[in-house]
Design a protein around this ligand. Sequence first.
Ligand SMILES: Cc1cc2nc3c(=O)[nH]c(=O)nc-3n(C[C@H](O)[C@H](O)[C@H](O)COP(=O)(O)O)c2cc1C
Length: 160
Amino acid sequence: MINPKLKVFEIFDKESAILISGIEKPNPMTIGWGSFGTVWGKPAVTVFVRPTRFSFHLMMENNEFSLNFLKPEFRSAINVCGTKSGKDTDKWKEAKITKEPSLKIKTPTVKEAYLSIECVTMARVKLSKEDFLDPKINDFYPKFDYHTMFIGEVVNIIER
Ligand SMILES: Cc1cc2nc3c(=O)[nH]c(=O)nc-3n(C[C@H](O)[C@H](O)[C@H](O)COP(=O)(O)O)c2cc1C
């Protein structure tokens, strides 16, 4: 299913991905954290979204998302989608990226991505201080805006 050459321990950290959430008005947001694996017998991707993101509400309201990996030449698109908010910006236009319809979900993918993953959210898990066994994790949350983990079933993979 997923290309075995995919470096799952590096791909989020070294490349960053663009998460698309929302059906009526899909919104691109850069994410640097995530994981691939098997959950509840399904191929799965988990992404981490803080409640302060515009994308958070879209993720809560629409139980699907797409994850899109772009080559290094799209660094400026990653920067735009990771610094501006869909609340007041059309990031598709500003980041110069294009919507492409997905095959299995209503949320689009990013046409410029070399790898797009269509997901249906199976579960949402809100993290809180009590969950952290390693106290150093608290350093990531000076404003106590703990991520919610969205665990998605991978329903389609597009390699371009
Ligand atoms: C490289 C990079 C990685 C990021 N990773 C995440 C992430 O995993 N989770 C998250 O909630 N925000 C992450 N952000 C921050 C959001 O992308 C940023 O706040 C964005 O403006 C939110 O967009 P939105 O308000 O349209 O949802 C990251 C930003 C950058 C630049």
